[in-house]
Every structure is written in structure tokens, then in C-alpha cells.
Design a protein around this ligand. Structure first.
Ligand code: ADP
Ligand code: ZN
Ligand code: ZN
Length: 749
């Protein structure tokens, strides 16, 4: 049905994206007047003609009808990038549930005037030969920062000051000292265009292996035949996926197209960044979340102007306004960070595929541990699947040992290190090789388990671990079921049943106690609060400044540590009992990625997985490097319980300062959902769960309730969401409540 009115944004880069003007649509333009279309409209008192984009259509006039001016003309060239992005915003709003305004803010770069930053570059002030001599002296003096900086400057002609400070983690004082010694100089206000100027652009490309070459050839062939598709590359860690991406990128940009490459921020380290610079020089730009809005806008502008061909960055880089986008790559596509936590709660993978359709671009997903969603899509033919089975070169997959922690308790070993792990650690410390100890705490929300038999307290209705509350009860955060915390284990009767909790800090203490000579680094939320501490810890470990790195899942990404030959996973179970249905998948991913850290160099690696549940399929499969085995088991479980990707879930978060209000609103919403499904005759196949308090039941004095709706048809869920949105708008019970929709959530609430 043709709409009568259009809301138009006349200044798309303006800070107030929500400032729209309503115009009427002349009948003869009704077909062309679609979301994203570029319209010419009379503006202001003089009715001068200006251009604007249509962002909303309706049949309701906002003013007296004769005050609304008609659209003058629709510019037929609908291919401009803004039109595409507005269409994308509209699709995001419809598919993930949010306001158009939030969707537009996600997609459109917003101009903010920022003070131009002083651009500084560091380079050698002496010859390379002299620098090499200095380097030797600093090595002898064990001056690590100086060594690191000189080593890089011998390789690269000039490096951006910020890169030196933030990515290479050189102290400002080190730079000053070297300046005083006339070894380096800092140039102010050179071109900021590229953070690194290569002494030698690395043209000595690697020779692709046969496995790699087959994938490259196949994707390039289709691309050149103008076939656009979605590809999934399933390649074990270190199998050369990045090399495959670079080869394909190179071909795509040679055809005058542009490329967006998404990498989780945590993996965007100096090592990774340098690899791309070495290959593509100043045709790339890097984005990260630390950029201010103004800096981000500048980056977008460069992309739009065609100054760069490749944008690398986390989720937000997806909206780079390339005019001629040819390819989007998502590395580590299984990563939870690709899902936005704020409305619109979109998943970058889905949006990438949609953007690919709008821009005629292909999409490549890559992972050592693909998400179940993607693997299912690949098996069912929606994505084309490629596999890289072996690691490159001499490095081979590590030997993996599983240790049953219940046996350790029987042997009276109460230490957090099993006997085997301890022996292997001593061995590595003797050999001066490095060790990573890994403890996973994400999603861990106080589950209760038996240290004697491994039994875990679970909800009888949801098969999800119960969460301990301070008042002595155990609560299910899916359905609200609760029971009191048992004194004895219901399975074996032992009294060793308690909440599980071993933090990284405790692990660090234990390491120091049991291995007094070892140098230990710790990396977790606490030690990485500062901007660059994450990179700093990783690079000092890479430089051999410690023997053991203790950390959370953060330590598994983005760095190659050739001297690491032992990885210990202290309690593999922790992630298994996270209160959500993705627990086993996350456990598998974590174990596989953590194991992937061992033996990346020429020395073979070993991995010790400690667990109270060594027979759990996610642990077994990870130890055998059997992704497909894991996939089959896990899919069967999801099918049985109708969890994604076997079906879809819509999570609805209802939040309010007023607990009663939130509760009432949740109940009303739940009722409305049930009414709608029965009216539509689909209540049989639609499961509505809740309302129940969220796992984070109260945050900043705001009460949070959840409703979950399961349905096998995504479009039906969208229908329910649309209905509920309307319901919320017409009911006064939702004043003072915030309602958010989340399709197929990645995290528990
Ligand atoms: P992934 O992205 O799958 O973890 P990478 O592309 O990072 O794998 O490759 C792992 C290591 O092997 C890197 O150091 C990379 O430079 C090297 N490498 C990749 N492909 C080749 C090849 N064909 N020949 C030699 N070295 C390679
Ligand atoms: Zn339950
Ligand atoms: Zn027990």
C-alpha cells in the first residue's frame, strides 16, 4: 500500500539524526518513495530545494495537512551509499527490534567536530647499522622497551607515535631517553595517512599450501563470475586462515572493490595489525572502540572518499561507507562480541550478509570453532563450507590430557593443580619454556556443584544450572524455579557441595606459592582496566618477561607465543554451568582456542584440561579436536529443547526502577503474547516462558525481568515483537519501564 507521508533527514551527518521533517508524497512518486530514497524537497521559508533521505513512511500527518509540503522529486540514483545504509538501518530495526533512530545511529557515522590531533611519527635518527649496534648494547643491559622499539624501527621506517605507545607499549620515558641519545626522532604533523611506513613492503609472499590455494581459487573464481555468496572457512587455529583472507582481499581490491574485515577487538593486536600493513600498506585503515566519534567520522570520510580500500576493525567497522564494497570478512565469527549489547541488538554476521546483498558483496566467515548457527547454515547449503585441517609448517596440534579432578580429591590432592599439571609445569620451568594457565569465569554465575562426584544442581524444568543467591536459595533464571541449597550432595551424599569459585587472583597466589621461582603475569578484568594494559601484558609475555601467564579467556586471542609449550585449563567445567543454553558451545570453543595456544612454534605443545566432568561431550570433543562430533551432540540437545539454531528465541527484558511496575508490565506483556499467539492459532508451537527475574535481577537499582519466547519461525517471532511493540505504545503501564528485545541472545541476562 502506498504511503502518504515520508519523514526525511536533510542533514545526514548531523548530530541530531532524529531531526526529521515530514513531507507528503505525490501520487506519481509513491512507487519511488521508499526507505533510503534520496528526495529533493523544498526547505525553509524560501522553499529552496535541498536533498534528504527518506527514513520513515506513514499515513499519519504530523501537522495540519495543508502545512505539509510535497516532495519535489526523487533522485533515481538510489545506489548512493547513504541509501544503502538507511535501508540497512531499516532492516536492522525490523529484524532485531529497535527504534529507527537507534538503528540509524548505529549505521550512519555522525559528524562531531573534534580538535585536530597532533600527528606524531617516530623514526630512527641514525643509520640502521648504528641502530643495530645500539640494539646489541640495550640487549646486554636488558633494556626491554628500548630493544622492542629499536627492533621495530629497524624493520619499519617510521611508526606512528600512538601505535608505539598503545600497540607496541613503549613508555613515553623510553622514547624521550632515546631521543636524548639521538637514536630516534619524533616528527610532528606528518601525514597521518598510515600509521606505519614500511622500509620494505613485504612482497615476499608466503607460498600457499594446497589446502589454502583450493579455497582461494574457488572463492576468487566465483567472485570473478559475479557470483556473490556466503562462505564459511572452518580451519583449526594456526591453519592459515588469515593468509587465505589476505589473498582473496588482494584479488577483490585489484578489481576496484573495497573490503571490510571484522576482527574481535581483543585480537586486534600489534602482531595482527602489522600483518595487514605489511601486505597492504596505506590502503588500509584500522578502527577500534577507543577512537572518539570524531576520529571515527574521519575514518569513515576517508573510506567514502576512496582513500582506503580495506577497513579493519570490530563490529562497528561493518558500517564503513565504502561506495563499492565487494567483500566482508568476519574472522572468529563465533565470537560473542559480534552481537551488540545495546539496542538494536543486532548480530554482525546477519547484518554483514544483509549488507552484502544490498551492496553486491560476498561474505566470508572464518573460525576454528564455528558457531552452531553458521555450521548448520553451511551443512544445509546456505553457506559454502571450506575446511583447513592442518596447521601450517612444523607446528603440530598439541597433545591433550584430561585430568579428572574427582580423582585428585581422592588422592588427597587439594591443590588447584593436578599432579600431572604440576609435573609438567616443573618440567617447562626447568626447560625455560613458557606456560599459560587459563581459568574461565565468563557467564559463571555461582553455580553449585559437588567436589566429590561432580554433580551440579540444575533446574528440573530447564536443564540449566541453578544460581546461588545470598539468601540460601538456588534459582533458575529461565523459569523462576527455586529450591533451598542442599547441605549434602543429592547424588553422592558428600558434604563437599558448594558454589564454585576460583579467581585468577587466587590462581596467581597459588602459582607463586607452589612455584616460588617462577615469574608470573596475570591478565583479567582487574589487571586490564587501563587502556593499553591488555596489549602490554601480552607483549611482555611474548618478550619472555614471564614464565607463566595466568588469565581468563582474554589470553587466548591474537598473539602467537612460540615459546608456550604448555597450556593448563584449570577448571574446564566453569563455563559449562553458565546459566544459559550456549554453555557447552562456549566451553568447546574456549577449550579448543586455549589448546590452540600451545605449540605454535617449532616446539611441540601439551595441554592439560582439568575437569570434574571429564566425560562431558564438550570436553571430550575438544580434547580430541572433534568439532563435528561436538556439533552433532550439541545440535541434538538444541533440537530436543528447541534452543537456537534448532529454533529461535526472543528474549524480552523489562526494566524499571519500580519493581512492582516492572513485574506488572512483564505479566501484561506475557499475557499479551499469549493472547496474540492463540488468536493467530499458533500457541501450540510457541513456547512462552516467564516472566522471571533476570540473572542480574537488579542492576543500579533497576529491576530486571525476562520473558523468553521460543518459535521455530523467525518471522513469527518478529510478528510477536511487532505486536508487543504496538501494545506497549498504547498501554500506560509501560511508562517508566524500558523494554528491550533480543533475538537469539548470546549472553544471559
Ligand atoms: P589462522 O588465522 O588460521 O590462525 P594464520 O594465517 O595466522 O592462521 O597462520 C598461522 C601462521 O602460519 C602465521 O605465522 C602465518 O604467517 C603462517 N602461514 C600461513 N600460511 C602459510 C604458508 N602457506 N606458508 C608459510 N607460512 C604460512
Ligand atoms: Zn527452570
Ligand atoms: Zn556428590
Amino acid at each position: 500500500m502506498a504511503m502518504k507521508y515520508a519523514d526525511i533527514i536533510v542533514d545526514i551527518s548531523h548530530e541530531n539524526l532524529d531531526r526529521t521533517y515530514q513531507y507528503s508524497i505525490p501520487v506519481e512518486l509513491s512507487e519511488q518513495a521508499v526507505i533510503g530514497a534520496l528526495a529533493v524537497v523544498p526547505f525553509g521559508k524560501g522553499n529552496r530545494l535541498i536533498k534528504g533521505y527518506i527514513v520513515h513512511l506513514s499515513n499519519e500527518p504530523k501537522w495540519k495537512e495543508d502545512l505539509i509540503k510535497p516532495i519535489h522529486e526523487i533522485v533515481s540514483d538510489g545506489l548512493v551509499i547513504e541509501s544503502q545504509l538507511i535501508q540497512l538501518a531499516y532492516w536492522i530495526k525490523e529484524t532485531f527490534g529497535s527504534t529507527m533512530n537507534d538503528a540509524l545511529k548505529t549505521v550512519i557515522p555522525v559528524k562531531k567536530t573534534v580538535k585536530a590531533k597532533e600527528k606524531k611519527t617516530i623514526k630512527l635518527a641514525e643509520s640502521i647499522e648504528a641502530a643495530k649496534e645500539h640494539l646489541e648494547i640495550f640487549k646486554i643491559k636488558n633494556n626491554k622497551g628500548r630493544v622492542r622499539l629499536l627492533e621495530e624501527l629497524i624493520k619499519e621506517e617510521a611508526i606512528d607515535y600512538d601505535v608505539v605507545i598503545h600497540k607496541l607499549n613503549i613508555a613515553r620515558t623510553t622514547i624521550q631517553d632515546l631521543e636524548k641519545l639521538d637514536i630516534i626522532t619524533t616528527d610532528v604533523e606528518r601525514l597521518y595517512r598510515n600509521p606505519i611506513q614500511n622500509r620494505t613492503i613485504n612482497k615476499e609472499q608466503v607460498h600457499l599450501t594446497e589446502e589454502q590455494q583450493i579455497i582461494v581459487d574457488s572463492i576468487i573464481k566465483e567472485y570473478r563470475e559475479n557470483i556473490r555468496g556466503t562462505y564459511l572457512i572452518h580451519g583449526v587455529t594456526g591453519s592459515g586462515k588469515t593468509e587465505v583472507y589476505m589473498e582473496i582481499i588482494s584479488d577483490v581490491i585489484s578489481q576496484g572493490k573495497q573490503v571490510i574485515m571484522l576482527i574481535p577487538e581483543i585480537a586486534l593486536t600489534y602482531q595482527t595489525v602489522m600483518r595487514f600493513y605489511k601486505r597492504f600498506g596505506d590502503r588500509i585503515s584500522i578502527m577500534n572502540s577507543r577512537l572518539s566519534q570524531g576520529e571515527r567520522y574521519d575514518q569513515y570520510l576517508r573510506a567514502k572518499k576512496g582513500d582506503i580500500d580495506i577497513m579493519i576493525g570490530p563490529r562497528s567497522a561493518l558500517f564503513t561507507p565504502f561506495q563499492n564494497l565487494g567483500l566482508i570478512i568476519i574472522d572468529e565469527e563465533h565470537e560473542g562480541t559480534y552481537k551488540s549489547e545495546n539496542p538494536p541488538k543486532y548480530h554482525a554476521r546477519e547484518v554483514a550478509i544483509k549488507r552484502g546483498q544490498l551492496s553486491n558483496a560476498s561474505v566470508i566467515l572464518g573460525s576454528a570453532t564455528p558457531s552452531l548457527e553458521s555450521y548448520k547454515n553451511a551443512l544445509e547449503g546456505r553457506y559454502k563450507l571450506y575446511t583447513l585441517k592442518s596447521r601450517i609448517g612444523k607446528s603440530i596440534m598439541p597433545k591433550i590430557w584430561i585430568v579428572d579432578l574427582r580423582e585428585e580429591l581422592k588422592k588427597k590432592n587439594k591443590s588447584i593443580f593436578s599432579i600431572q599439571l604440576k609435573e609438567l609445569m616443573e618440567d617447562r620451568l626447568r626447560k625455560k619454556q613458557q606456560i599459560m594457565l587459563f581459568i574461565n569465569r565468563r557467564g559463571y554465575a555461582g553455580f553449585v556443584s559437588c567436589r566429590s562426584c561432580g554433580h551440579v544442581m540444575k533446574c528440573p524444568h530447564c536443564d540449566i544450572s541453578l544460581t546461588a543467591h545470598n539468601n540460601g536459595t538456588l534459582v533458575c533464571h529461565y523459569c523462576g524455579y527455586s529450591e533451598s541449597t542442599p547441605v549434602n550432595c543429592p547424588s553422592c551424599g558428600s558434604k563437599y557441595i558448594a558454589t564454585f569459585g576460583t579467581g585468577t587472583q587466587k590462581v596467581e597466589e597459588m602459582v607463586k606459592k607452589e612455584f616460588p621461582g617462577a615469574r608470573v603475569l596475570r591478565m583479567d578484568m582487574d589487571t586490564t582496566k587501563n587502556k593499553d594494559s591488555h596489549e602490554k601484558i601480552l607483549s611482555s609475555f611474548a618478550n619472555g618477561e614471564a614464565d607463566i601467564l595466568v588469565g581468563t579467556q582474554m589470553i587466548v586471542k591474537g598473539h602467537d607465543f612460540p615459546m608456550v609449550t604448555l597450556v593448563g585449563i584449570l577448571a574446564a567445567d566453569l563455563s559449562l554451568y553458565a546459566a544459559d543454553y550456549r554453555a557447552a558451545e562456549r566451553t568447546y570453543q574456549l577449550l579448543a582456542q586455549a589448546s590452540g595456544r600451545a605449540g605454535r612454534g617449532e616446539l611441540p605443545g601439551e595441554v592439560v584440561i582439568q575437569s570434574y566432568q571429564p566425560d562431558h561431550y564438550s570436553i571430550k570433543a575438544a580434547s580430541e579436536d572433534d568439532y563435528i562430533g561436538f556439533y552433532n551432540q550439541e545440535m541434538a540437545y538444541r533440537e530436543l529443547l528447541k534452543y537456537p539454531p534448532a529454533a529461535h528465541i526472543l528474549a524480552i527484558l523489562i526494566a524499571s526502577k519500580d519493581e512492582k511496575k516492572a513485574m506488572t508490565a512483564s505479566e501484561l506483556l506475557c499475557g499479551a503474547g499469549k493472547d496474540w499467539t492463540s488468536k493467530e492459532g499458533i500457541s501450540e508451537e510457541t513456547v512462552i516462558i516467564g516472566p522471571a527475574a533476570a540473572s542480574l535481577a537488579k542492576a543500579n537499582d533497576i529491576y530486571r525481568f525476562m520473558i523468553y519466547i521460543k518459535q521455530s519461525d523467525y518471522d513469527v517471532l518478529i510478528g510477536i515483537k511487532d505486536y508487543l511493540e504496538g501494545y506497549i505504545n498504547y498501554s500506560e503501564h509501560f511508562n517508566g519501564c524500558n523494554v528491550q528485545f533480543d533475538f537469539n541472545p548470546m549472553n544471559s541476562y
